[in-house]
Design a protein around this ligand. Sequence first.
Ligand SMILES: Cc1ncc(COP(=O)(O)O)c(C=O)c1O
Length: 424
Amino acid sequence: MKDLSHFGRRLAAPSGIWQLMEDLGRALAGEDDVLMLGGGNPAHIPQVQEKLRERLLHIAQSETRFAKALGDYDPPQGNRALIEALSRLLRERFGWPIGPKNIALTNGSQSAFFALFNVFGGTSESGQKRRILLPLTPEYIGYSDLGLEPDMLVSARPRIELLGGHLFKYHLDLEGLQDLMDESIGAICVSRPTNPTGNVLTDSEVCQLTDLARNRGIPLILDSAYGLPFPGIVFVDAVTAWQEHMIVCMSLSKLGLPAVRTGIVVANEEVVRMMARINAITALAPGGVGAALVLDLVESGEIVDLSERWIKPFYQSRADHAVKKLVDTLEGVNFRIHTPEGAFFLWLWLPDLPVPARELYETLKKRKVIVVPGEYFFPGAQSSWEHAQQCIRISYAQPTDVVDQGLEIIGEEVKAVIGKSSNQ
Ligand SMILES: Cc1ncc(COP(=O)(O)O)c(C=O)c1O
């Protein structure tokens, strides 16, 4: 189509996240016979599925609950009962100083990020071009194309700490960050745990970011899609405490409910009012089915217990298994894995990879293994960095036999491509 608007050219064009979700959707629909180690789909954890099925039946059997959950619009801020229950849970169990005016629901947290990035980034009334700072790349691919204006993201490289047992860890490079913190920065955003690396910023790193943001009078957007308080896919000691200038974005997706598209934004009242108004314009109201499904679990606090009892141990044992398997299959190769501290991805770094990770992705795709090449995870990068081309993201959320087969093929292909180059 010709003569599309600026909006159309930006949003209706192919993007990395579109391609990723296309691949994921096709693979999960069984259209492609592939080993899907690529997307961000959560596992179907039996105990969680059982609980959700029970809640669904409960709604289906209650005339009023069924009629309300499916037959009524919620207000633009989101389902009132869930917002009240969430604010009680977060206040009473986690000590967050909040009330119902501090929470808005969205259609998945992705749409919250779209709104937030374009509220705090882009050209302001005074003509200042504002940007969103991603303080530690690699960072979530889904941020890359959110900006309605070009060059809205700016990001920093991490400090790399080498650990024993083929592991490594990224840390904030505070000095590098200070250099980027100019007047143009409208908000800081970080995912914790980080997709794609499984990194969990330490509490003290979060404090440093909170201080940076507070001193500048800008919000710190903390993306807790995999994190605390739920779904709590965090394998190390960490705390998430909300403060007035923080915007904590949570989601029901990684708990096991990506299809209900429910995001939760915890922020000051002004931001929550903005989110509600944006919801009204873009979607009238957030969907209410997810809210109805988890309402009782939030009211009783069971949602947190589910996370601690089933979700976290499930992914922790999957992570341990996947690391062992990858270490075995890559024997003899120079490689490192980001220490898996949360989420459900292994971030594999192959310093001797003689081709860009994109090429390795294509090779693996031919063998029906889908991973995501590292180049996608550096949104807002100021310059190209060869490290980006030496990494791939591997999800371990699919059934163990699928992950194991995929990891074996990855081992074979990595050895083949590295062996080929050392023989030349
Ligand atoms: C880090 C991160 N943030 C946000 C999202 C968005 O998730 P949803 O829109 O399903 O809440 C994802 C999904 O994969 C993610 O990985």
